[in-house]
Design a protein around this ligand. Structure first.
Ligand SMILES: NC(=O)c1ccc[n+]([C@@H]2O[C@H](COP(=O)([O-])OP(=O)(O)OC[C@H]3O[C@@H](n4cnc5c(N)ncnc54)[C@H](O)[C@@H]3O)[C@@H](O)[C@H]2O)c1
Ligand SMILES: O=c1ccn([C@@H]2O[C@H](COP(=O)(O)OP(=O)(O)O[C@H]3O[C@H](CO)[C@@H](O)[C@H](O)[C@H]3O)[C@@H](O)[C@H]2O)c(=O)[nH]1
Length: 480
């Protein structure tokens, strides 16, 4: 029986390995992690991450050919194929701080693999890494590896959170990069055979190592670039009276452009887009390509601009002062159907509102109070961020209220900010919300999920990103 071990039981390692176990009953899959609570949660009824459909997959295979363990060394030693799916965050200090990927966790995993391995292994980069990481990993493995043969493959993951199970079941493509040697090619085929259990062969793409590593960064840069492009248009729409939804629909009808990823928003969040683009910027700079670096950096800059523009709209619309006013935040996760808050725009928006001394009350159906407070207290790297969305002091996190119900969040509020597109916000009783708010009652829709005209009929003053402005909001447009 082929044995797979995955180091890192996070958003990628957990669901990816669960899918392999589901589709390959002839393979034993063990997911290992240094975090005891995380592994305990994977072995319990309360999985550590929320993903639609994941519970069913895990429950079906756990204890049969899917296992979660903290005994990292034992399972690494026994495995034929080792996936490494550990964190690769942005460096916060030292050379490349604020841009370069921090490979500390990856390197320590590689050293451990080298130390404990007694048989040949295929080592798979599942984490998103800078181009040429495989070369460094190869050096670490071969220098410490007691003559054992290691083949390094790059197999980046393209799943999106909230749709991970669906994405893993029917991936647009599986990408495998390896060395162009007979052994490298054999390793590619061994991994391709795993995916071939359920992915059509034509969707399994094989390339050299560097193309696979770079394709992951390029894919995220292109996706994020579309969001920043439509968000840049949203500002122009507000200035001209055009409607960003109509513009997105019209341009998306062009089959060369396509309709996806043109949803204007308060900004993209998530653990990947910003981190991976900054990493790409750094790689370009290191390769003597400052113009290319500056081009991609703009994608992140526009994203920061969009978040600060949103805060300015809130403050400007409410007569330039939100001091002491209650503002409800509906949705804290970086997108719907996930409890993940990494780099969520809600952090910057909440901190922006707190800086203007608002009384903020947060509701999110999946984010815990503890998580929200940790997010608001954490120092983010301060690199190139507009001054007014700099992180607030940790003490300010205590000033934020956390409630279990959207009606409680909005009661006695002056304004409501919709920051995650949860379906339940579309179905809310907005008349009830209005009746319990201070007047004039404002709604700032950072996701364009409510019908502004219907809410205006109730009496709300509505700001929807990139849509024709309410006269109330229009008057302050010079401030934004
Ligand atoms: N989250 C996504 O949607 C997504 C999608 C595609 C790619 N990626 C990439 O995949 C990688 C992992 O992302 P994630 O979201 O799963 O992160 P995560 O933080 O959810 O999980 C990483 C896990 O690795 C564990 N870990 C770190 N060092 C370890 C070590 N030496 N030994 C054992 N365990 C260790 C951590 O405890 C953590 O549980 C990142 O490079 C990310 O960029 C993420
Ligand atoms: O039209 C859009 C689409 C998305 N977003 C926002 O963009 C962010 C990222 O969304 P999405 O890409 O759906 O989620 P992620 O889970 O971050 O997935 C991205 O990042 C992963 C990690 O690298 C990749 O694997 C995926 O392919 C890539 O889509 C979220 O804040 C969304 O709300 C918009 O504002 N407008």
């Amino acid at each position: 029986m082929v044995k797979i071990c995955c180091i890192g039981a996070g958003y990628v390692g957990g669901p990816t390995m669960a899918m392999i176990a589901l589709k390959c009953h002839d393979i034993e899959v063990v997911v290992v992690d240094i975090s005891k609570p995380r592994i305990a949660a994977w072995n319990s009824d309360e999985l550590p991450i929320y993903e639609p459909g994941l519970d069913e997959v895990v429950k079906e295979r756990r204890g049969k050919n899917l296992f979660f363990s903290t005994d990292v060394q034992k399972h690494v030693a026994e495995a034929d194929i080792i996936f490494v799916s550990v964190n690769t965050p942005t460096k916060t200090r030292g050379l490349g701080a604020g841009k370069a990927a921090d490979l500390t966790y990856w390197e320590s995993a590689a050293r451990m693999i080298a130390d404990v391995s007694k048989t040949d292994k295929i080592v798979v980069e599942k984490s998103t890494v800078p181009v040429k990481t495989a070369e460094a990993i190869e050096k670490i493995l071969t220098k410490n590896g007691h003559g054992i043969e290691f083949q390094i493959l790059s197999n980046p993951e393209f799943l999106a959170e909230g749709t991970a199970v669906e994405d893993l079941l029917k991936p647009d493509r599986v990408l495998i990069g390896g060395r162009e040697t007979p052994k490298g090619q054999a390793a590619i085929q061994a991994l391709a055979a795993v995916y071939a259990h359920w992915v059509p062969k034509e969707n399994i793409i094989t390339t050299n190592l560097w193309s696979a590593e770079l394709s992951k960064l390029a894919a995220n840069a292109f996706l994020a670039q579309r969001i920043s492009s439509i968000n840049a248009m949203s500002a122009l729409c507000e200035a001209t009276g055009a409607n960003v939804s109509e513009v997105a629909y019209a341009i998306g009808k062009d089959s060369r452009i396509g309709p996806k990823f043109l949803q204007s928003s308060v900004g993209f969040g998530g653990s990947c887009f910003q981190k991976d683009i900054l990493n790409l910027v750094y790689i370009c700079e290191c390769n003597g390509l400052p113009e290319v670096a500056a081009y991609w950096k703009q994608v992140v800059d526009i994203n920061d601009y969009q978040k600060s523009r949103f805060v300015n709209r809130v403050v400007g619309s409410m007569f330039n002062t939100i001091s002491g006013k209650k503002i409800a935040i509906l949705g804290f996760a970086f997108k719907k159907d996930t409890g993940d808050t990494r780099e969520t725009p809600a952090i910057d928006v909440t901190n922006g509102l707190l800086r203007d001394r608002a009384l903020v009350s947060v509701y999110d159906p999946q984010v815990t109070e503890e998580q929200m407070r940790r997010d608001l207290s954490q120092e983010k790297f301060a690199w190139d961020h507009p001054a007014h969305i700099q992180p607030a002091s940790p003490a300010s996190a205590q000033k934020v209220g956390y409630v279990m119900d959207p009606y409680q969040a909005t009661k006695d509020a002056h304004g409501v900010c919709i920051l995650t597109e949860w379906d339940e916000f579309k179905k809310m009783d907005w008349q009830k919300v209005y009746d319990n708010m201070v007047k004039p009652a404002f709604v700032f829709d950072g996701r364009n999920i409510i019908n502004p005209e219907e809410l205006r009929k109730i009496g709300f003053i509505v700001y929807s990103i990139g849509k024709p402005l309410d006269p109330f909001v229009k008057d302050v447009s010079a401030l934004v």
